[in-house]
Design a protein around this ligand. Structure first.
Ligand SMILES: [Zn+2]
Length: 104
């Protein structure tokens, strides 16, 4: 993963647009809350501010906030709506639906 992606993902995580599954270490898009659009708007605002005011971001994105916001929207759009690992766990194969015995 490149520096640009890391920077964009860092912003998305910071603004809670994306989350990382603690079990599978998988990024996913958080769309189960009414403040969803608000978070995305804030992520873009943070991105613009970082490119304007913070040298590492400015250098990485050539002082053009749009390069970062474009990447951000791409990453948000590409993220799954929930952790694929957790989703597959919630739908166990047929015949394994019974809970495991609690033990002696
Ligand atoms: Zn997971």
């Amino acid at each position: 993963m490149g520096t640009r992606q890391e920077m964009a993902i860092g912003i998305a995580l910071q603004t809670q647009v994306l989350k990382t599954c603690p079990v599978h270490n998988q990024l996913y898009y958080v769309d189960d809350q009414p403040s969803d659009d608000e978070n995305v708007a804030r992520a873009f605002a943070v991105a613009v501010e970082l490119v304007r005011q913070h040298r590492p971001y400015a250098e990485e994105f050539h002082h053009d906030p749009h390069e970062l916001t474009d990447l951000l929207s791409y990453i948000i759009g590409a993220a799954p709506a929930s952790c694929p690992g957790c989703v597959s766990q919630r739908q166990p194969p047929k015949g394994e639906g019974a809970p495991a015995p609690a033990g002696a």
